[in-house]
Design a protein around this ligand. Sequence first.
Ligand code: 5GP
Length: 218
Amino acid sequence: MTSGHGIAGVERRGLMFVLSSPSGAGKTTLSRLLLDRMPGLSMSVSATTRAKRPAEQDGRDYHFVDKARFEAMVKNDELLEWATVFDNRYGTPRAPVEAALSSGSDVLFDIDWQGTQQLREKARADVVSVFILPPSAADLEKRLHTRAQDSDEVIRGRMSRATHELSHWAEYDYIVINYDVEDAFAEVQSILQAERLKRERRTGLTAFVRDLQKQLGQ
Ligand code: 5GP
């Protein structure tokens, strides 16, 4: 991946910041807070074959496509990763991610464990993954009901799917337990800030230090 200007003007390699969790653990809220409060981060908008929920907007929350269009995207290698979740297809369009990274922006992904595995296989050094855990099963269920965008049957499906999702927690770099949204946000923000400072990502450091040494030598 290409690099852009980061902290203190030192060139930095863009990173792929992945948030995964069972539905209802608060990942969508955390993603919104991150995008609002962290400059230099843009959201990867996935393509999906699932039906749009009332509050969702095409192109902002997802690109809502039919099965034929999704198949064509897979066939044409337009997706960086894709998976089937709750009988629907979800995938990450490649071009916007590459454009964002090459303009020096980090990219936020709200994808499941299957997609995270695929990104890791493709770009291990550029992927930072965070798994969000709900504090309890009761809390998860409450959030799914409060959201009230899905039928009871869909909610039951999501609860049973949550158990399966949870089993993948140990594949992630970081684990955040969402007891309180502001506390969880602060933790996720610290992870991103620290990862941005990692030496290996700061491609401009050699030149920066060389310049410092030159100044010191004078
Ligand atoms: P929802 O239907 O609630 O928006 O999302 C269901 C699940 O699909 C969530 O766990 C979400 O992270 C995952 N998901 C959304 N977009 C993608 C994607 O592009 N790729 C993969 N692998 N999972 C996705």
